[in-house]
Design a protein around this ligand. Structure first.
Ligand code: HEM
Length: 455
């Protein structure tokens, strides 16, 4: 360990981070957790589900770590970044908007945007082109979340030049860059760097866009019962709540809409892309999925219903196993709110904990031969004795992902629609794809695949 720097310098670039964290954790597999030093400040890395109880199972420790502060200029202190009473009030307010009846409304959006995706894929296949499925799915997921969250079609799948679409992509990149570059951590310095200036420009585009939509939707609501005229968006539900509870302001609503935009597209797109890769590298899985999808949907072109989704049980296992190997959010952080003791480690109030879902999902105790892709691990008989925190792609406890049902629905609709028409053929191996551990875990340089018509 070096004075001032600690041992954080041992961590290599984000390109090697995933590999390196795996090596470190396998080497320290008998330890309940391990400690990294950022200067003189310890960061406690939790890599085994059973020791995360202290973080998930009580109302303590709900506060995110300081690294989330880089998101504040964009997301303010919305659901993802807030804590305490503010978070509890917001969560109470927003939870009903994820009620399954409301989610059914969003199923239409998912089906319609996936139709557009499929038309694009058909065209590319006919032209004999290789397909970067990650890019395609990111655009599709962005269209789905824009329409669901704001009732606004940004047409990301067809229009790459949209200022808003470009700003969403760029700002996520900038936040990641800052996270990995301590020299840019100071707000004062960041503000005067070219990246800091670009961040400010993106912020203006994003906030202006959401503010404009909020005002327009609010005026629509003023003019009549929006619920009988248009398809409902999350935003409408928040505007309606605002009418009942004057404590919520337009800025509060903007924070939440921006949070959905941030949390709700790259995450789903990355998971569905990894699924495509894994499905191809396991021909028996692809075959099983084809026959399940054919038996549920026949050779019709119709939109998927909720009943169809329920019947796609094997697809469900495949998605779960994909999220085990590639949890879209590979790690997340907390600030400890009360001193605690774990094994020989004493963790003090105010110190930082990192929960490493990527490694928790590779604990040999629960997942023998952990690198093997085996959807049957999620059969009911195989999960019944598993520790509740051994599988946490959507985090756990009170701060779990509010959008998880939405995300799983979306993934099913997208993957079922692709497999209904195509056979997937991947071009690179997982190693060649170089998984990068950014804010989300994604292939370094896209995920190229080939698709072949099945019929
Ligand atoms: C496969 C897709 C997704 C994955 C793997 C995922 C994962 C996660 C994880 C791990 C967290 C906890 C983060 C932390 O503690 O810092 C989280 C929180 C959250 N997610 Fe997701 N997410 C997904 C999709 C979505 C979608 C589609 C939405 C919105 C429609 C969404 C909205 C949120 C929100 C608002 C939070 C903060 C919840 C709170 O703290 O109360 N997520 N998600």
């Amino acid at each position: 360990m070096l004075p001032f720097i600690g041992n954080v310098h041992l961590l290599k670039s984000k390109y090697e981070l995933v590999k390196q964290l795996s090596e470190l954790t396998y080497n320290l597999k008998n330890e309940p957790l391990w400690r990294l030093w950022l200067g003189t400040k310890p960061i406690f890395v939790f890599h085994k589900g059973e020791y995360t109880e202290v973080l998930f199972s009580s109302s303590k420790n709900p506060q995110k770590s300081v690294q989330y502060d880089f998101l504040h200029p964009w997301l303010g202190t919305g659901l993802l970044t807030s804590y305490g009473e503010k978070w509890a009030n917001r969560r109470r307010l927003i939870t009903p908007t994820f009620h399954f009846e409301i989610l059914n409304d969003f199923l239409h959006v998912m089906n319609e945007q996936t139709d557009i995706l499929i038309q694009i894929l058909i065209k590319l296949v006919k032209e004999g082109q290789e397909i970067n499925i990650f890019e395609r799915l990111k655009a599709c997921a962005l269209d789905i979340i824009c329409e669901s969250a704001m009732g606004q079609n940004v047409n990301a799948q067809h229009d790459k030049t949209s200022e808003y679409v470009q700003a969403v992509a760029r700002i996520s990149e900038l936040v990641t860059f800052r996270l990995y570059n301590p020299l840019q951590w100071s707000d004062f310095i960041y503000r005067i760097t070219p990246k800091g200036k670009d961040f400010k420009r993106c912020l203006k585009v994003l906030h202006n866009f959401t503010k404009k939509i909020i005002v327009e939707r609010d005026n629509d609501l003023e003019d009549g019962d929006l619920f009988s005229q248009k398809r409902v968006a999350f935003l409408d539900l928040l505007l309606k709540a605002k009418r009942k509870d004057q404590l919520i302001t337009f800025d509060d609503i903007r924070e939440e809409v921006d949070t959905f935009m941030f949390e709700g597209h790259d995450t789903t797109a990355a998971a569905a892309s990894w699924a495509c890769q894994l499905i191809d590298s396991h021909p028996e899985v692809q075959e099983k999925l084809h026959s399940e999808i054919d038996s549920v949907l026949g050779n019709s072109e119709r939109h998927l219903t909720n009943d169809d989704l329920k019947q796609l049980k094997y697809l469900d296992l495949v998605i779960k196993e994909t999220l085990r190997l590639f949890p879209s959010v590979p790690y997340f952080g907390r600030t400890i709110s009360e001193d605690c003791q774990i094994g020989e480690y004493k963790i003090l109030q105010g110190e930082t904990a990192v929960i490493l879902a990527y490694m928790i999902h590779r604990d040999e105790k629960y997942y023998p031969d952990p690198e093997k892709f085996d959807p049957d691990r999620f059969l009911p008989e195989n999960i019944k004795d598993r520790h509740p925190y051994a599988y946490i792609p959507f985090s756990a406890g009170r701060r779990n992902c509010i959008g998880q049902r939405f995300a799983l629905m979306e993934e099913k609709v997208i993957i079922a629609n692709i497999l209904r028409r195509f056979k997937i053929k991947s071009i690179k191996t997982i190693d060649e794809l170089e998984p990068v551990g950014d804010l989300i875990i994604h292939p370094n340089d896209g995920l190229p695949i080939q698709l072949k018509f099945r019929f």
